[in-house]
Structures are given as C-alpha cells and as structure tokens.
Design a protein around this ligand. Structure first.
Ligand code: HEC
Length: 137
C-alpha cells in the first residue's frame, strides 16, 4: 500500500512537471501573445510619431508582459539539442526585446528620441530574427 502510494505520488509529480513544461504553452496562446505583441509595437510606433510618451510606455508595458511568456513551438521529431537551441534562442530574443523596450522608454523620457527610435527598430529586428529562425525548424 505504501509502495503504491509512493508510485502514485511519483506519477503525479512527473505529470505535473511535464504539464508545466512541455504542454503548458499551446500554439493558440502563442498566436494570442504574438498578436498582442504586434499591437503593442504599433502603439509604441504611434507614440513616437505623435510624440506621446503615454503610448510608448503603455505599448512597452504590454509588449514586455507578452514577450516574457513566449515559448518556442515544440517539434516532436527534433532531438534535444535542437529543442534546447529553440529555447535558448527564444529566451535570448525575449530578454533582448524586454531590455530594449525599457531602454526605449527611458531614452524617450530623457529627451533622446533618436536613440529611443533606434531601440524600437532593434525590437523589430529581434522579432524578425526569431521568426526567421523558428520558421526554419
Ligand atoms: C520565439 C521567437 C519569436 C519571437 C521573439 C517573436 N515571434 Fe512572432 N511568431 C513566432 C512564431 C513561432 C510564430 C508562428 C506562430 C504560429 O503560426 O503558430 C509567430 C507569429 C507571429 C505573428 C502572426 C500571428 C498570427 O496571427 O498568425 C505576428 C503578428 C507576430 N509573430 C509578431 C511578433 C512581434 C511583433 C514580435 C516582436 C515584438 C515577435 N512576433 C517576436 C515566434 C516569435
């Protein structure tokens, strides 16, 4: 009985771990996050063009929230090396986007709009880097 209970506990732990890693983030969630990120960068761009810090800051906030959540699609046939690579790329690009969003807002507040725009264009480059790499897998 004790042994059985231990097995049940072990199975529960394993499925919890699997559930919270491999299966937690669905394709539908990714699309939702992507669409939210897309409208967030639009809002930032609008802020730059209309000289409106509120839009830049609000867009950056939404962008960061969704960027922090994204995970790469899981290709079941890929070996663990490829999968880890996909995770590494995703986390690295996400971190860059989050830092650049903070930096863009900060520079705009410091009345350095050109440097802020520079960060903004770098954000878009990170989006495209990930799209180009992820879609190859
Ligand atoms: C993890 C790497 C990664 C990063 C970083 C990334 N994307 Fe994506 N994006 C994807 C993948 C993968 C898809 C395809 C999703 C699908 O079709 O299931 C996608 C799809 C999209 C789509 C299409 C959504 C749809 O409705 O079909 C948009 C829009 C988008 N991304 C915007 C962005 C923007 C804006 C950024 C940067 C702020 C960004 N993405 C950064 C991986 C990424």
């Amino acid at each position: 009985m004790k042994q059985l209970r231990r097995n049940v506990v072990a199975v529960t732990i394993i499925t919890t771990i699997l559930g919270s890693t491999a299966f937690a983030y669905s394709d539908a969630e990714r699309i939702q996050d992507m669409q939210a990120m897309e409208s967030a960068v639009q809002q930032m761009q609008k802020g730059f063009l209309y000289n409106n810090l509120k839009d830049i800051a609000a867009g950056a906030k939404v962008l960061k929230e969704h960027t922090a959540k994204i995970e790469p699609p899981i290709d079941k046939n890929a070996d663990s090396f490829k999968r880890n690579y996909a995770y590494d790329v995703t986390k690295r690009e996400a971190r860059k986007i989050i830092n650049l969003a903070d930096s863009a807002v900060k520079k705009y507040k410091e009345h350095r709009p050109k440097q802020a725009i520079n960060d903004f264009t770098k954000i878009l480059k990170q989006c495209m880097t990930c799209h180009a790499r992820i879609r190859k897998w």
